[in-house]
Write a protein that binds this ligand. Sequence first.
Ligand SMILES: [Zn+2]
Ligand SMILES: [Zn+2]
Length: 136
Amino acid sequence: MSTQTTRGSCLCGAVSYQIQGPYHFFQYCHCGRCRKASGSSNAANLMIPAANLTWLTGESLTKQYKLPAAERFSTRFCTQCGSRLPWTTPNGEFVIVPAGSLDEEPESLPQRHIYWGSRPHWCSTMDALPKFDEVQ
Ligand SMILES: [Zn+2]
Ligand SMILES: [Zn+2]
């Protein structure tokens, strides 16, 4: 399968990491939680096996926050600059990577939109990707 290594980092540069595929998914999510956490109309996330994430610098500056009411939803961020960073799923098996934190091109492109029906009216996404109103 994939062997490409892709690096990412936070805005202030204190935290950096690298990931390796394969990506289990790469998708845009328009749910209310992703909108709040991202500050935008959607999140762009990809998911990889947890073992395929390596923190290069600054891991101790990161904090993972799990939304108490959520089964899985979490976020991880740099405590210096607030940028979103990869977070680990509760079972420890996977890592969700915010694609905007990547410094290099990912090895594949997004496949779909989820929670499409939750998007705000000012969302400008008009691509031809499949759109679903729930998690697939
Ligand atoms: Zn930072
Ligand atoms: Zn979401």
